[in-house]
Ligand binder design. Structure first.
Ligand code: TYD
Length: 235
């Protein structure tokens, strides 16, 4: 198969969904498949992904952070994102690497816009100003059951806290929100999927992980690894 120039822009794929929906596992599995195809892949996450972003992550996710105003929360998440775009995402895409990111601006639209009630427009405006309106080539939205997902995320995070050294920050701030909050988050995700069906692949994440994985790989192959294959060399 012909190799394209290393200058060819890479693909940017994001994973979205409620806490505990299984997106991180699916992201890792897709990365393995792509690497096996010889594609250079950068895996990253939000909030975080850079040294500065990881520090901001601990502020925004630590349940010891009290009294953070919704707009301040949004601004911190976007500060981490702007750094991530500048330091990781754009350089990788320009170098022809694919970027798989665990959460991106759709998370802010769903959690801060929907969950916190700031609305979509504030988030999308912020995205234009702070992130140059960078859009993923594809977003995998893992649609799951609100109660089951949040229960799973809470169990996982409690287990992490139980084994963490004394005084270490936890990441439970959002898990403490109630059912109504996560229902608003899910509704906002559905609205994004409806608004941008070309970009957003919404799939039923309640199925077996293997089944979900096969579906994701199939769509990625169809969209990006088709006849006019744009496979990158590892460098
Ligand atoms: P994440 O580490 O993906 O946790 P999980 O694996 O439980 O989904 O995300 C941490 C939390 O941060 C999650 O509850 C969602 C929240 N979040 C926002 O509220 N807005 C954002 O823009 C991002 C990126 C995350």
């Amino acid at each position: 198969m012909a190799r394209v120039s290393a200058r060819k822009r890479g693909r940017f794929i994001t994973f979205e969904g409620l806490d505990g929906c299984g997106k991180s596992t699916q992201l890792k599995r897709l990365a393995e498949v792509l690497r096996a195809e010889g594609i250079a892949v950068l895996v990253t996450r939000e909030p975080g992904g850079t040294p500065i972003g990881e520090r901001l992550r601990s502020i925004v996710l630590d349940s010891a952070t009290l009294g953070l105003a919704p707009r301040a929360e949004l601004a911190i998440l976007f500060a981490a994102r702007a750094q991530q775009v500048h330091e990781n995402i754009l350089p990788a895409l320009k170098a022809g690497r694919w970027v798989l990111c665990d959460r991106f601006t759709d998370s802010s639209e769903a959690y801060q816009g929907g969950g916190r009630g700031l609305g979509s427009e504030a988030v999308l405006t912020m995205h234009r100003v702070v992130c140059g309106n960078l859009q993923p080539d594809m977003t995998v939205l893992m649609d799951s059951d609100v109660t089951a997902s949040v229960a799973r995320a809470r169990r996982r995070n409690l287990a992490k806290v139980a084994t963490a050294p004394d005084g270490e920050a936890d990441e439970n701030r959002f898990e403490q929100e109630n059912q109504a909050f996560f229902t608003r988050v899910q509704q906002a995700y559905h609205a994004i999927a409806k608004r941008e069906p070309q970009r957003v692949l919404m799939l039923d994440a309640r199925r077996q992980p293997d089944v979900v994985h096969r579906e994701i790989v199939e769509v990625v192959r169809q969209r990006f690894l088709g006849a006019a294959n744009e496979r990158q060399s590892k460098n």
